[in-house]
Design a protein around this ligand. Structure first.
Ligand SMILES: NC(=O)c1ccc[n+]([C@@H]2O[C@H](COP(=O)([O-])OP(=O)(O)OC[C@H]3O[C@@H](n4cnc5c(N)ncnc54)[C@H](OP(=O)(O)O)[C@@H]3O)[C@@H](O)[C@H]2O)c1
Length: 295
């Protein structure tokens, strides 16, 4: 299988590129924005022509949630229009696409985890652009697996885990939101599941075609405060000095884009269909902190 990954430098893409060599059946073909700009049809055509993929993953996205509020055009150009162009180029060659999306398609007011039957109601430009991107992918390529995930962290790039470790100097307390909850998702765990899905959809390992939308996130839920606390507990085992944490409410953390109070995803459909299960988020934190500590 020749797996083309759009969005080379992103957290999920880097985890995919790192994990792929351990799968003998997968040859990962990653292309950064310079070689594959998903907003540019000519760039997409060139990448498909040069790299001859048999399955593609779109991790490229405009992910700056607050910035998107004032940069709507750029967010839609990438998250909706780029998603459509990339999915369509794959469809013309009968190539399946795995496309990443987000819990931000929901408004976060539900009391229980969101499943795939829940009606999306995004409250932010980012969420709307990602939802329209999902719809564009569905229209452009019938052979699609859309994966909604959330709270991604990992050893590559800047993310919540690296920011907490950088900010925890042991001096001033860190103020963390304690009334929003979600499923922290370790990028390498998600990447491993994506590689399994790519194999299963191309090697006819499934009883029936699995095209559709799925929720896939780390197992278990917590708040931003709970996630930070776990990160620092793990870091303490690697000699990092403790830092006090102070719980705050969402109202005390004003942001341009409203954050969903509930970002929890019900992953039962994904687990049933693909016989896959992402590990508990605490395992991801331990693995992440260990890697960052030994870097
Ligand atoms: N991070 C999260 O917490 C989270 C949660 C839920 C869902 N997701 C979804 O998961 C996916 C991957 O997220 P991530 O955290 O890995 O994102 P990320 O780290 O922000 O990476 C996004 C990548 O997209 C690339 N990109 C930007 N414009 C591009 C273009 N025109 N053509 C090709 N590539 C372009 C960026 O490249 P440059 O480095 O060159 O700018 C970057 O490498 C996205 O669909 C995101 O919406 C993420």
């Amino acid at each position: 299988m020749r797996l083309l990954i759009a969005g080379w430098h992103g957290q999920v893409a880097r985890a995919l590129i790192e994990a792929a060599p351990s799968r003998i059946e997968i040859k990962a073909l990653a292309a950064g924005r310079a070689a594959l700009d998903v907003r540019d049809p000519r760039s997409i055509e060139r990448a498909f022509g040069d790299l001859a993929p048999t399955v593609v993953v779109n991790t490229a996205a405009y992910t700056a949630v607050d910035q998107a509020e004032t940069d709507q055009e750029a967010a839609f150009a990438l998250n909706r229009d780029g998603a459509r162009l990339f999915a369509h180029a794959a469809a013309r060659r009968n190539i399946p696409i795995i496309h990443l999306s987000t819990h931000y398609v929901f408004d976060g007011t539900k009391a229980t985890p969101y499943d795939e039957h829940d009606v999306p109601a995004p409250q932010t430009v980012y969420g709307r652009s990602k939802l329209e991107g999902e719809r564009a992918v569905v229209e452009a390529n019938p052979d699609h697996v859309i994966i909604r995930t959330g709270w991604v962290f990992g050893p590559a790039g800047q993310n919540f885990a690296t920011r907490i470790l950088d900010a925890a100097t042991g001096e001033a307390p860190l103020r963390l939101v304690s009334d929003q909850h979600g499923n922290p998702t370790y990028a390498p765990h998600l990447a491993s599941a994506i590689l399994d899905i790519a194999r299963k959809i191309t090697a006819n390992e499934l009883d029936r075609p699995a095209w559709g939308t799925y929720h896939a996130a780390g197992t278990g839920a917590t708040s931003w405060l709970g996630l930070a606390s776990e990160i620092l507990e793990c870091a303490a085992k690697h000699g990092k000095a403790g830092t006090p944490l102070e719980p705050i409410a969402s109202a005390d953390y004003p942001a341009k884009a409203a954050r969903p109070m509930n970002s929890e995803l019900d992953c039962a459909k994904f687990e049933r269909t693909f016989a896959l299960h992402l590990p508990p988020w605490q395992q991801g934190v331990a693995a992440c902190v260990e890697r960052l500590a030994s870097a």
